[in-house]
Write a protein that binds this ligand. Structure first.
Ligand SMILES: Nc1ncnc2c1ncn2[C@@H]1O[C@H](COP(=O)(O)OP(=O)(O)OP(=O)(O)O)[C@@H](O)[C@H]1O
Length: 261
């Protein structure tokens, strides 16, 4: 287990702003995630949570008119720097979305394709990494006898775990999770939540969720975002229980404790 008291943060977001045309989705946001910890980002709709995640893996590059400023350091390297190799960044920073989005390929190919795209060629390595990733997500025993079947034939929860396996196979430094359970039924959601809990300590996780109870169960640290003067911003960040139980920032405290109407 990594000692977060002494290690520098794995992910440090500093004065991050994201603008789309003339709208500021996120203004001057800063937070730090220690290596091996899970930080949950919560806040009302439209406060810039997804925009924050998109800046971390440079998906904002793909949005016409999007402008990003500030810095996003992963192990002290600024991913927003022009010289950053975006292909290399996508290997370092995995992402799982709200809707499971497996490729319309076989279960095996979903993982093998991602590995080959990132330069893994040796057949034994490919198979070993595929099995490890499927095992880590609890899928191996469920799918090992039907690896050549279409991934889209899996249940929603299994598809989501396959998306986790596809990301984990690349051994990312940081994993971004954008409401990873919200499209799943309660049983599948609980399975994915257990999977996320099992990743703590081994991966650095930044998770957007609207489920405050889930944030409280899973997150080591919490960042509460808000919309102020039409722009998304971070109200307060800190240890999860401290934010839930102590009125450090009145608005954040009221939001977390459901006393805002
Ligand atoms: N591609 C885009 N082009 C223009 N505006 C956008 C784009 N993506 C997001 N926005 C706007 O930026 C603001 C922040 O959106 P974002 O999706 O980051 O918020 P969010 O907190 O993740 O919301 P939700 O909880 O509803 O997913 C919103 O006003 C949204 O309409």
């Amino acid at each position: 287990m990594i000692n977060s008291e002494t290690s520098p943060p794995a992910l440090s977001i500093q004065s991050l702003s994201v603008r789309y045309a003339n709208h500021t989705a996120l203004q001057d946001a800063s937070l730090e995630v220690a290596s091996g910890e899970l930080m949950a980002v919560v806040g009302p709709s439209g406060c810039g949570k997804s925009s924050m995640l998109s800046a971390v893996n440079r998906m904002t590059d793909l949005i016409p008119g999007a402008r990003v400023s500030g810095s996003v350091l992963i192990d002290d390297k600024d991913v927003l720097a022009g010289k950053m190799d975006v292909q290399q960044l996508r290997r370092q920073v995995g992402m799982v979305f709200q809707q499971p989005n497996p490729f319309p390929l076989s279960i095996a190919e979903n993982i093998l394709f991602a590995l080959r795209e990132h330069g893994v060629r040796n057949k034994a390595d490919l198979e070993q990494r595929m099995e490890q990733a499927l095992t880590a997500t609890g899928l191996w025993d469920e799918v090992k006898d039907r690896l050549q079947m279409p991934a889209l034939g899996l249940s929603g929860g299994q598809q989501q775990r396959l998306c986790f396996a596809r990301a984990l196979a690349l051994q990312p430094r940081v994993l971004l999770l954008d409401e990873p359970c919200s499209a799943l039924d309660p049983i599948a959601s609980a399975t994915v939540e257990r999977l996320i809990a099992s990743l703590k300590g081994r991966y650095t996780l930044l998770m957007v969720t609207h489920n405050l109870a889930q944030a409280r169960r899973l997150a080591d640290h919490l960042s509460v975002c808000w919309v102020r003067d039409g722009c998304g911003c971070v109200l307060d960040s800190g240890p999860t229980l401290d934010l839930f139980e102590n009125e450090r920032h009145p608005l954040a405290y009221q939001y977390l404790n459901g006393v805002l109407c």
